[in-house]
Design a protein around this ligand. Structure first.
Ligand SMILES: C[S@@+](CC[C@H](N)C(=O)[O-])C[C@H]1O[C@@H](n2cnc3c(N)ncnc32)[C@H](O)[C@@H]1O
Length: 308
């Protein structure tokens, strides 16, 4: 019944969404739902199911209704304060993990097993000092999905996560605590890299970012799930959509250590333009693009050039 209701309201994923919403209402996993498929549900549960179907029918995305979304095999709490993590962003995380692994293996002065004797924190400051540990910055952390995944997958690394949105940082902090990596991530409110502590200048191993990249001019063409529910500051940007990428390309070299990495997610069709800006900046080497699982060039990355 839920499937028909959602299909009638235009949802392309009606069968799976109805199942997810029913499991949410009944608080059952998939196996338990199907094991008890013939069992009648209570009147209260039925009423709640009707209510969530109606919410979905009005366009509210399923992850906001159920309050969570999977990313990199981890469950992240989400609500309207943050953008819903997308599967294509996993390409960015996987690339950074692989790149950091190579950096750690290639440089005896950073990484795992070397945290003994390093300073966890600056004397008199609550901002950690990476010492000889790998360090990574997640710009525009939103739900914290990139920062938390990186902290989980790179146990020696120290992570800094920034966002312009105070509300998003509340969600990100809660997700870091949920996954027990809160002590390894420093959350900072402000514009792009500006809130980073000055002692990080020239020492960051990698800057990761999934900036807003949908041109405001395309707003009307977007599905209402995005247009009417996700935070505009997370989704939209003026002009051609790559203004934040341009700023990150200009600002990152100040923070990156020798051959440190800047890797950014881009929208469909933006990769060549962003890679072009990076290549012509003069401060980057090994500029490249990576495709997502749908074959769309989704990540642009480059390393701080030795001469910069
Ligand atoms: C596309 S969302 C990405 C969220 C999350 N990193 C992810 O991948 O799901 C962009 C994020 O950047 C933040 N943001 C937008 N402009 C910013 C700025 N100038 N400085 C810092 N963060 C910004 C938004 O609040 C939002 O959380």
């Amino acid at each position: 019944m839920g499937r028909e209701h959602l299909a009638a309201s235009g949802s392309a994923e009606a069968p799976i969404e109805a199942e997810v919403l029913l499991r949410h209402v009944l608080q059952l996993d998939r196996a338990a739902l199907y094991a008890g498929w013939d069992r009648p549900i209570s009147e209260a549960a039925w009423d709640q199911f009707q209510r969530v179907l109606a919410e979905r029918g009005r366009g509210r995305p399923v992850p906001y209704i159920v309050g969570q979304r999977e990313f990199m095999g981890l469950t992240f709490a989400v609500d309207e304060r943050v953008m819903i993590p997308r599967p294509e962003t996993e390409v960015l995380v996987e690339f950074i993990v692989e790149w950091m692994g190579r950096r750690e293996r290639g440089n005896p002065h950073v990484g795992s097993g070397r945290s003994a004797g390093t300073r966890e924190r600056d004397a008199g400051s609550r901002i950690p000092d990476p010492g000889s540990r790998l360090s990574v910055v997640d710009v525009g952390t939103g739900s914290g999905c990139i920062a938390v995944s990186l902290a989980q997958l790179l146990p020696p690394a120290i992570v800094f996560a920034t966002d312009i949105s105070v509300e998003a940082l509340e969600v990100a902090r809660a997700n870091a605590a949920r996954h027990r990596v809160g002590h390894r991530i420093t959350f900072l409110q402000g514009d792009l890299l500006a809130p980073l502590p000055p002692h990080l200048a020239g020492r960051v191993d990698a800057v990761a970012g999934n900036p807003p990249y949908v041109p405001v001019s395309q707003r009307a063409a977007l599905p209402r799930e995005i247009r009417d529910f996700e935070p505009p500051v997370a989704v939209f940007i003026g002009g051609d959509g790559i203004a934040v990428h341009r700023r990150l390309i200009a600002e990152a070299p100040r923070w990156l250590g020798p051959s440190g990495l800047l890797a950014m997610e881009v929208g469909a069709g933006q990769a060549d333009a962003v890679a072009g800006v990076m290549a012509s900046d003069g401060k980057y080497a090994r500029v490249r693009t990576l495709a997502d699982y749908g074959g769309i060039q989704r990540v642009v990355a480059g390393e701080r050039a030795a001469s910069s």
